[in-house]
Design a protein around this ligand. Structure first.
Ligand code: ADP
Ligand code: ASP
Ligand code: MG
Length: 416
């Protein structure tokens, strides 16, 4: 059994969907489970629906229409018959989440978000599955919410591995070509949950783990894992092979090519992960697996923009030690701020944070009651693995360094 994950970029338009078929035809599609994300930027568009619902209901219809039109355009391009069943399916799915928003009484953002946002995946997999059938490739469409069971921590649900494992093993016919959604699960009351943005890679790993897959392949618009994000760095090199450990480190520091949670389940069972180009499916891509640490052995650069640097110092010159530090961390956790880097001295404590859930606003007044707080928003955190001085110099160029931290393998710089 092989698991293939196709991300939003691979199915952003009709040409993309045709190319996915080409990939399947090139590398074969027996004993394969495809995990497909929402098309293009449709998850952002679904988020805009949820935001309109909570903040400006006058915009709701327009936001939903945008999603309907985007998919209709793709369907019209892919299917000749104007009355093909997929048109009806699309309308039905759109009306389902519109209906949910009409009768919903819950004021809970996370709950509503998860009930709505996953329609991006439900629609994309319906289209891909129908198109494969249309051109003669039999396949089984699976609702991943019936397979992956989670707790109800909406927007970042945790997998119940036991129930999930037995459902996946009993309900998937591994001889077929199966098509299912990334990103989604369901809680014990069968409400939809999501695994966190960009979570479809993780879905592929969950399925791979539970099915003891031979491999998991994520198909990307890049030739493999590069030593730097090509959107931010001009010169990049493809990594041929890296260890699970190296991949976990890169993903943890923010290399957005692989979702950080993806690696652990695969590492536990020694299942290789391939990152390959959907443009050029015959090329080798990157293999993540046992053995070789990193080849070629080059410095790897990761940047996280729009981070927050907080410097806390005690109001009365007292030490910042274990008890305050643990209280501070509890607050970060409660306000859903992710800690990227920590540095402390006797009376001050600096920390670089990712404010992706917007918890900073409510956190600051709480911290200011107990500490002197200096807050720099909009800083960038650069991480270089396997650094040398040239690599560090290439980053420093023109920036103001606010914090620098060096380990044996990794240097991190917070710059403005
Ligand atoms: P998907 O369509 O699967 O969701 P993403 O857009 O999330 O794909 O991930 C692919 C993108 O990740 C690439 O286009 C590239 O810009 C970016 N990226 C960031 N870091 C790296 C890296 N180290 N190697 C390759 N690509 C990277
Ligand atoms: N569609 C989801 C997102 O954009 C999940 C994924 O693509 O991995 O975050
Ligand atoms: Mg993505």
């Amino acid at each position: 059994m092989r698991i293939f994950k196709f991300g939003g970029a691979s199915v952003k338009n009709a040409e993309g969907v045709r190319n996915v078929v080409k990939v399947l035809q090139t590398v074969g599609h027996e004993n394969t489970l495809m995990v497909v994300s929402a098309m293009g930027k449709m998850t952002n568009a679904m988020e805009a629906v949820v935001n309109a619902y909570f903040k400006d209901e006058a915009l709701l219809d327009e936001k939903i229409q945008f999603i309907a039109d985007y998919h209709k355009g793709i369907i019209n391009d892919l299917f000749e018959a104007k009355n093909h069943g997929i048109h009806h399916k699309l309308n039905k799915l759109i009306e389902e989440f519109r209906g949910f928003l009409l009768w919903n009484k819950s004021p809970k953002y996370g709950f509503v978000y998860d009930q709505v946002v996953g329609y991006g995946e439900l629609i994309s997999t319906a289209i891909v599955s129908a198109y494969l059938r249309e051109i003669g490739i039999e396949n089984e469409w699976l609702d991943v919410r019936e397979l992956i069971k989670t707790d109800n921590a909406y927007r970042e649900a945790k997998v119940d591995w036991e129930v999930t494992g037995s459902r996946i093993r009993s309900r998937i016919d591994t001889k077929k070509l199966n098509v299912t959604q990334g990103f989604l699960g369901s809680d014990e009351n069968n409400f939809t949950t999501t695994l966190g943005r960009e979570g479809s890679d993780y879905t592929a790993a969950i399925l791979g783990y539970c099915l003891d897959a031979d491999s998991v392949t994520i198909w990307k618009d890049v030739p493999g894992v590069l030593n730097a994000d090509p959107r931010h760095f001009q010169e990049t090199r493809k990594l041929e092979q890296i260890s699970y450990r190296e991949a976990i480190e890169l993903a943890f520091y923010g290399a957005s090519v692989i979702h950080p949670k993806t690696l652990q389940p695969l590492q536990r069972k020694g299942i290789p992960l391939f990152v390959k180009s959907f443009v050029d499916p015959r090329t080798s891509g990157t293999k993540v697996g046992k053995g070789v640490k990193i080849s070629p052995d080059v410095p790897c650069f990761i940047v996280k923009k729009e981070q927050v640097l907080l410097k806390l110092s005690s109001l009365d010159f007292s030490f910042i030690v274990e008890d305050n530090i643990s209280a501070i961390f509890r607050l970060f956790h409660e306000h859903r701020l992710k800690v990227d880097l920590i540095q402390n001295s006797a009376i001050s404590f600096s920390v670089c944070l990712d404010n992706k859930f917007d918890g900073l606003k409510t956190l600051l007044p709480v911290l200011e009651e107990r500490f002197k707080v200096v807050c720099h928003e909009g800083v960038s955190l650069y991480t270089i693995r396997h650094f040398d001085e040239n690599a560090v110099e290439s980053i420093l160029n023109g920036y103001d360094v606010l914090v620098e931290q060096r380990g044996k393998e990794t240097v991190q710089l917070v710059v403005k």
